[in-house]
Ligand binder design. Structure first.
Ligand code: ADP
Length: 496
């Protein structure tokens, strides 16, 4: 039976998962690696540690599942996006630490570009917002600041890659320097319409073309993994984590949406063959390219999702563990008009207020910790609903269901409330490892284990559907209260 190995390289840990041809999960191994914070606002990884942790989990999952490596028909890769590595092509050694997506060191350079009026050009070409988050300014920083980097680059000796490229390079023992379209579309250097590195943007960021990887489809043979003794396994699927999750949820038709409820929430809508320019500061991104067909997505995120539950646990100390929130929240019938706006680090789309801070509204003499816990939990759903409404408005698409994954989807109360606030079905699949599943699906398609996307449908199964149950007027009243709370939180921040 052919097996697929999915490598899921995340921000805090590397994981390897083994799937069979029915899409069943046979085994998993996970290893954390170190985060470096050398200065305020800086976040770095050691590319060696990323590779070593990834390889260790790969070896562990194969050993635990006792599989013959000859049965592994394909490898899929999914990864933390935007994180930037530069290595020397001759020695294979990184020339410095990897700069992680969260790193803010290039924020002031982004401000300069904004003052020069470059934001619109960048949005039109890349679908992204001009921000330090994306790879281009990180790559420029490395080339400018690492001694000798510009000279080595000019001599054609350097390679840039996001983490997928770095893993591909290591897995193929340096034979392949490539990335896929979904990862390329997070660099601020890639034109999502022409699907090529954009010469004007390379000039803007002063990036030589010679350092950039070849851009390949998300599904199809990239090269052979030759690092596992005695085996030669095709790497046949690659996508950034959120795009992989969209595929893993089989949101393969236009208008399908997934939301991941982790520390933050990440929502993506498949917009088919159209790259829709957002009027509401959502990102436009390549979802994947398969068989020559490019699919686009709109993307938005909630900064504080499950993190608000961690706040209740670690700071307010009203629960011992995250799952406890369900019981505490259920101990009251409603929030009694209390709203928590968890704008701890500002508010993202569609509100965009960097200065907003958290607030609790509607407190009365009878308000207790359970009301606040319930309101905090509900805030995850309200923020996600705001995001979805922005997406629907940008895309002019009304969705029929929301597919969900991530740690906080274990919370039935939250999922029901999400269905109620959206007035649409919320669907939770059996396998919630959707990111790895997406990488496995892309690789299995790329290696010919599955014939086409229709065949995958049999391998994605619903665990539970949450149907909206709230009458329209009750829903409208709740949502109105939330909107007032957000407005008030922003007004408080603006009146400085
Ligand atoms: P990440 O990938 O961002 O680390 P996970 O998908 O592992 O996140 O989900 C962890 C998040 O989900 C945490 O923020 C945690 O507070 C939240 N969480 C976990 N279980 C529950 C639960 N039962 N109810 C609500 N939130 C939960």
């Amino acid at each position: 039976m052919p097996l697929i190995l999915a490598l899921d390289q995340g921000t805090t840990s590397s994981r390897s998962l083994l799937f069979d041809e029915k899409g069943s999960l046979l085994g998993m191994a996970q290893k954390e690696f170190k985060q470096y914070y050398p200065q305020p606002g800086w976040v770095e990884h050691d590319a060696h540690e990323i590779w070593e942790s990834q390889f260790a989990t790969l070896a562990e999952v194969l050993a635990k599942a006792r599989v013959d490596t000859h049965n592994i028909a394909a490898i899929g890769i999914t990864n933390q996006r935007e994180t930037t590595v530069v290595w020397n092509k001759i020695t294979g050694e990184p020339i410095g630490p990897a700069i992680v997506w969260q790193d803010r060191r290039t924020a002031s350079f982004c401000d300069e570009l904004r003052l020069q009026g470059k934001a619109l050009l960048l949005q039109q070409k890349t679908g992204l917002i001009l921000d330090a988050y994306f790879s281009a300014t990180k790559l420029k920083w490395i080339l400018d600041k690492v001694p000798g980097a510009r000279e080595q680059a000019a001599a054609g000796q350097l390679a840039f890659g996001t983490i997928d490229s770095w893993l591909i390079y290591k897995l193929t023992k340096g034979a392949v320097h490539a990335t896929d379209v979904s990862n390329a579309s997070r660099t601020l250097l890639f034109n999502i319409h022409t699907l090529q590195w954009d010469p004007e943007l390379l000039e803007l960021f002063d990036i030589p073309l010679s350092v950039l990887p070849m851009v390949l489809p998300s599904s199809g043979i990239v090269g052979d993994c030759t690092i596992i003794p005695g085996a030669r396994i095709p790497i046949a699927g690659v996508a950034g984590d959120q795009q992989a999750a969209l595929f893993g949820q089989l949101c393969t038709e236009e208008g399908m949406v997934k939301n991941t409820y982790g520390t933050g929430c990440f929502m993506l809508m498949n917009t088919g063959q159209q790259a829709i320019a957002s009027q509401r500061q959502l990102l436009t991104t390549v979802a994947w390219q398969i068989d020559g067909k490019t699919t686009y997505a709109l993307e938005g995120s909630v900064f504080i999702g499950g993190a608000v539950v961690q706040w209740l646990r670690d700071e307010l100390k009203v629960i011992h563990s995250a799952p406890d929130i369900e019981k505490l929240a259920a101990s009251v019938k409603s929030t009694d008009g209390v709203y928590v706006v968890p704008a701890f680090t500002g508010l993202g789309a569609p509100h965009w207020s960097a200065h907003a801070r958290g607030a609790v509204f509607g407190i009365t003499r009878g308000t207790n910790h359970a009301h606040i816990a319930r309101a905090a939990l509900e805030s995850i759903a309200y923020q996600s609903a705001d995001l979805l409404h922005a997406m629907q408005a940008d895309a002019q698409i009304q969705i029929r269901e929301l597919r969900v994954d991530g740690g906080a989807t274990a919370n039935d109360m939250l999922m029901q409330f999400q269905a109620d606030t959206l007035n649409c079905k919320v669907v939770r699949p059996i396998i919630t490892e959707t990111t790895a599943m997406g990488a496995a699906f892309l690789a299995g398609l790329g290696a010919g284990i599955w014939k086409d996307q229709q065949e995958l449908a049999a391998h994605w199964k619903t665990a539970r559907v949450f149907e909206p149950q709230l009458p329209e007027d009750a829903r409208a009243q709740l949502v109105k209260g939330w909107q007032r709370a957000v407005k008030a939180a922003i007004a408080w921040a603006d009146d400085r």
